[in-house]
Design a protein around this ligand. Structure first.
Ligand SMILES: *Cc1c(COP(=O)(O)O)cnc(C)c1O
Length: 428
């Protein structure tokens, strides 16, 4: 093998593009789609009280399968996890101006769902092992206005769900889970997405299983389930007819899944465990392959927990290896290897929070608590800032249809970069 770094004109370790991500879509999904098309009812929803308020047969079947798989009483489908998160914040009884404590180290949709309901995201810091909310930081952010904790099970591993649920209980507020990245992850016998009052799954193209776009909210509480159904489907036109005149929030949206999407979701859900096992196998090979590199800390799997590796996230120690993270990642990318730095900028540093501009220039809804403006300043969450700025590296090579070959190339490329450490540094 050419030992000259691709960055300096050598042959790269990997020359092809990665195969396109798929989720084992085959005849089963095809049959489901054709059956719906031939039946002609592409949506079973109608925005009024009655039988069609809850959607068509495929939507209901998919929801039933989610109840079975996750062991919950109710599953309410949405057209995305973003809309399901909006529904969850609303169904949890949050009012405009209330504070919801959440993570800054997540996809932007998590705290945006809080703003969609005119409530205020308060960011607590994350911790180094699970990259989820740090319970001690959450405690420190609780105020008399705190009305919920919205945790994120990041990268495929549960956040500290037992500790966070205990804090929520002690303050008599609900725990909500954004489980978009972690369906099938668990700790003990508890599945991620089922510790909180409501757990949200994503069914978008990038996630473990997919319907193109889609989401699902899980709960055991019948009142919460009804509220989720109302926000999904024009609640304002329905509450009167079903005798729920006193619902605190009555506005509804059209957040409905189509029958074709739901039909695709049914065989997809049946493949969740297989797809997770593929990721787990490749991730454990990658961890074994990277063992010789003490400057890379592989993902932590807490005792009794199961990781499903939506992303394989490593912590990079620049001091130990003597190479800046950016130079290391750039050299790997030149070798044709999929690697990304930082994951996401802590969300309070986005212009929307810095400028307090969610809906317009007047600062709404951030201005609702004039005497207690939320803090979005640099330094607010030092761990998230450090992970983003210096430590986190992620790769998505553990997903289907990648194989051991992609894992071997990854390890080979890291070896090659380390062998060329001095050349890399003198070029910098
Ligand atoms: C993907 C993702 C979402 C949004 O999912 P959509 O279905 O695309 O709306 C929300 N939160 C997290 C953590 C995600 O990874």
């Amino acid at each position: 093998m050419d030992t000259k770094l691709a960055l300096f004109g050598g042959d790269p370790v990997r020359t092809q593009l990665y195969p396109q991500h798929t989720t084992l879509i085959d005849d089963a999904e095809e049959r489901e789609v054709i059956a719906v098309l031939r039946g002609g009812h592409l949506s079973g929803f109608s925005g009024r009280a009655g039988e069609r308020f809850l959607g068509g047969p495929k939507v209901r079947e998919l929801e039933d399968r989610f109840c079975d798989r996750f062991g919950v009483n109710y599953a309410v489908s949405f057209n995305s996890a973003t809309s399901a998160l909006h529904g969850a914040v609303m169904a949890a009884g949050i009012q405009a101006g209330d504070e919801v404590i959440t993570s800054p180290f997540t996809m932007s949709a998590t705290p945006s769902a809080v703003l969609m309901h005119n409530a205020i995201p308060v960011f607590a810091d994350v911790e180094d092992r699970t990259f989820g909310l740090d319970p001690a930081s959450v405690e420190s952010r609780i105020t008399p206005r705190t009305r919920a904790i919205l945790t994120v099970n990041l990268f495929g591993h549960p956040s500290r769900l037992t500790a966070l649920a205990a804090i929520a209980d002690a303050h008599d507020i609900p725990l909500l889970e954004d489980n978009s990245q972690s369906p099938g992850a668990q700790c003990g016998r508890g599945l991620a997405g089922t510790f909180g009052k409501i757990g949200v799954q994503s069914l978008n193209y990038h996630k473990a299983i997919q319907t193109g776009e889609g989401g699902m909210a899980l709960t055991d509480d019948p009142d919460v389930a009804l509220r989720l159904q109302l926000i999904r489907n024009h609640g304002e036109a329905v509450v009167g007819d079903i005798g729920r005149h006193d619902e605190p929030s009555q506005l509804g949206w059209n957040y409905r899944l189509t029958e074709i999407q739901a039909a695709i979701g049914i065989p997809q859900l049946a493949k969740l465990d297989r797809l997770n096992q593929i990721r787990q196998r490749l991730a454990s090979s990658l961890t074994a392959g990277l063992k010789e590199f003490d400057f890379l800390s592989p993902p932590v799997i807490e005792a009794t927990c199961k990781h499903v590796y939506y992303l394989y996230a490593m912590r990079f120690d620049a001091k130990k290896v003597g190479i800046p993270r950016a130079a290391f990642a750039k050299a790997l990318r030149a070798e044709g290897i999929a690697i990304a730095e930082g994951y996401t900028k802590p969300l309070y540093l986005l212009p929307m929070y810095q400028k307090r501009r969610a809906y317009g220039k007047n600062g709404f809804p951030f201005t609702l608590n004039a005497d207690a403006a939320p803090d979005y300043s640099l330094g607010l969450c030092p761990v998230a800032e450090r992970l983003y700025g210096r430590e986190i590296l992620t790769t998505d090579i553990c997903k289907y249809p990648n194989s051991e070959r992609e894992v071997e190339e990854f390890v080979t490329a890291v070896q090659k970069v380390i062998q060329n450490r001095d050349k890399l540094l003198s070029a910098a």
